[in-house]
Structure formats: C-alpha cells, structure tokens
Design a protein around this ligand. Sequence first.
Ligand code: ATP
Length: 246
Amino acid sequence: MSFVQLNHIVKSFKHQEVLKDISLEIPEGQIFGLLGPSGSGKTTLIKIMLGLLKPSDGTAVIEDTVMPSLKQMRSIGYMAQSDALYSELTARENLLFFASIYGIRKSRRKRRVEDIAKMVDLTDHLDKKLAAFSGGMLRRMSLAAALMHYPKLLVLDEPTVGIDPVLRASIWKDLKNLQNQGTTIIITTHVMDEAEKCDCLAMLRNGRIIAQGSPAELQEASKSSTLEEAFLYYGQHGKSAAGSVE
Ligand SMILES: Nc1ncnc2c1ncn2[C@@H]1O[C@H](COP(=O)(O)OP(=O)(O)OP(=O)(O)O)[C@@H](O)[C@H]1O
C-alpha cells in the first residue's frame, strides 16, 4: 500500500514553474530518497507533501487523506533545513518543549528526552545552551525534535549536512532501526553514499522527475558503475527506463 501519493503536482511561484506534473507513490516502511541539484524543487515538493504549501495543481495524499490534514500532520516528523530551535534554552529544555507540544504525557517526557538524546548522541550536552552548539550538534537536535512523538512518517530535508561521517553513519543506523519499526522515511540529499542507502530514489531536475527506481535499478538501466554516474546520465538523457515514471 502506498503511504504517500503525489498526483500530478504542479507548483508555480509568480511566473516560475518550479514543479512540473510530479506523480509519485511511496510505499509504507520505505526509505525514499529525493535526489536533485540545488534549486531542483526538493524542498518545495516536501512542503507540498506535508501540507505546508499549497500546490498550484494536483493533490498530495497521505494514508488516504488529502493534505493538508491536521490529523496527518500530527503523525509526521519533519526536520527542515534550518533549525527551528531556541538558542537561549538548553538542549533538555528544547526537547522537553517539543515533548509537551507533541502531547507526550508529562510522566513520560523526561525519559523520552533522555532516550532521544542518546539516539542522536547528545546525552553529554543536554544541559548546555544551544547557543554553544556546533552546526552538526544543531542538526542532531533537529533530528531529535522530529523524532519526539514517534512519527509514522519522518521527513528529513538534508539531515546530515554539517555532520561528520562517523555520526552520519550512526544516524543512518538509527534511521534503519526506525524503518524496521515500520516508520516510512523520506529524505532529500545531495550526498551519493546516502542516496545509495535508500530503498528507492527519485531524481529531480528542473522540477521534473527524470528517473525513479532502486539505486541498483538506476545504475543498471543507465549502465553506470556508480550512482553519481547514473545521475549524470539521466541528467543528459532524460527519463529512466528503470523507474516507474509514467
Ligand atoms: N517561496 C518562494 N517564492 C519564490 N520562489 C521560490 C519559493 N520557494 C522556492 N522558490 C524557488 O523554487 C525553486 C526550487 O526551490 P527548492 O527550495 O524547492 O529547491 P531545492 O531542490 O530544495 O534546493 P536546495 O537543495 O538548495 O535546498 C528555486 O528556484 C527557488 O528559488
């Protein structure tokens, strides 16, 4: 069953058509990667999917509900590119705040904050103000906040920018664990070794999906030895034979 369905999404800002007839189906429990150069429309597509932005045409559906839907929004964790956190508060205070707005019961908040901090490797920094955090630590805080309410769908816009390879690997381990627990994960990335870890990829360029399929399918159909090579191939040759682009 597809968990997320995008039907013929078009989005224009003034005279610029940023998304041009995008249709996608993302099955439940998948790690789905949106790959594309800067400005190709990844964030815009995600915001439409989440009901944060209205499409000019088409519909975004999550679990049979047309977005925007308050009910569905409550079951989504969204980690945006910029960190929406309070720099004058400590990490613990920030996370307790998210726990309260996500409706985690008071008796469970302290424990949940500690569990989440452990997951993103911030246990030793819980009582520091975010003003003293590095870029990578702030990204980990954002991930923690997005995970606070056990979301069924986790949407991550370039989650590992500014994060070192060791921590990136540990975050990916956590993402795989979440997937094993049934979470559907959508991730935007420029990083190829990250794209390779996704079950399915859609390559976006100039507001269109130029290829879609598993990393292996995309490489095979373009006779490429790496995903990067496949991406360059599709950029030059248009739609993929591998994918389910209609
Ligand atoms: N609110 C807006 N008003 C006008 N134009 C916008 C708006 N939001 C996005 N755009 C334009 O839409 C295009 C796609 O932007 P978007 O942020 O979706 O790209 P992206 O693929 O996420 O890029 P990046 O990887 O750099 O984050 C860009 O040309 C951008 O300037």
